[in-house]
Write a protein that binds this ligand. Structure first.
Ligand SMILES: CC(C)(COP(=O)(O)OP(=O)(O)OC[C@H]1O[C@@H](n2cnc3c(N)ncnc32)[C@H](O)[C@@H]1OP(=O)(O)O)[C@@H](O)C(=O)NCCC(=O)NCCS
Length: 194
């Protein structure tokens, strides 16, 4: 039996340790291809643990964390994430930014991803001034030598949860499993009015 719990504040800081290992394992796969290490995760983890208003949903199989999903006020995000919103005349204070959702593949298709959205949306609705949830997803060309033949895009999963793609995008760099160094990636923002 899988249970999913949501943590904020000091409880979040105590619970986030498994997030790095989950990010490294799940983002190594298509479409993120992230060649992460515990060392490369340190800065992100320290920053996230200290973020005002952050929340994390964690799925547990017994005592073992098998998935996690994060959110935070957009105002607390890095400048390169806020930049496209500011350039479009959108006030970051209206947005809750949903970070990663990472679930080990044996646990997919059981409604845990849906639960991640419900818990984060409830947290976002309680944020003063926030009207909209947003997240971004990496853009990959249709023809890519690392795309698995059975890869299913998450677009329909997101649309069914009433998220729509926007014209906004940002750039993030990470070392990929097919690169020697960090490479820039474009991520498109999706949004839902709460
Ligand atoms: C995104 C991710 C967390 C989704 O997780 P998931 O648990 O498989 O998602 P769900 O099971 O909630 O939804 C998948 C489908 O299974 C269905 N489902 C199956 N069993 C279900 C159950 N018992 N209860 C509810 N829904 C169920 C859902 O309805 C959904 O179908 P739909 O979209 O047609 O409605 C997971 O795919 C993942 O980790 N992907 C890799 C990383 C990634 O790309 N993350 C997103 C960007 S950060």
């Amino acid at each position: 039996m899988i249970r999913t719990e949501f943590f904020t504040g000091p409880a979040l800081a105590e619970q986030i340790a498994p997030l790095s290992a989950l990010r490294i394992a799940v983002f190594r796969e298509w479409p993120y291809l992230y060649d992460g290490t515990m060392a490369s995760e340190q800065g992100f983890m320290a920053g996230f643990a200290a973020t005002n208003g952050a929340g994390i949903a964690i799925a547990f199989d017994g005592d073992h964390a098998v998935g996690a999903s994060t959110c935070l006020p957009m105002t607390e995000e890095d400048d390169h994430v806020k930049a496209p919103f500011l350039a479009a005349g959108l006030d970051p204070a209206r947005f809750c930014y949903f970070g990663e959702s990472v679930l080990l593949s044996p646990y997919r298709g059981q409604g845990i991803g849906l639960k991640f959205f419900e818990l984060r949306e409830a947290h976002a609705r309680a944020m003063p001034g926030v009207t909209t949830a947003t997240f971004c997803a990496v853009q990959r060309p249709l023809l890519h030598n690392l795309r698995p033949a059975n890869a299913v895009p998450l677009d329909n999963f997101w649309r069914k949860r009433s998220y729509l793609p926007t014209d906004l995008s940002c750039n993030m760099q990470w070392k990929q499993i097919d690169s020697d160094d960090k490479v820039p990636n474009t991520l498109r923002f999706w949004m839902k009015s709460l």
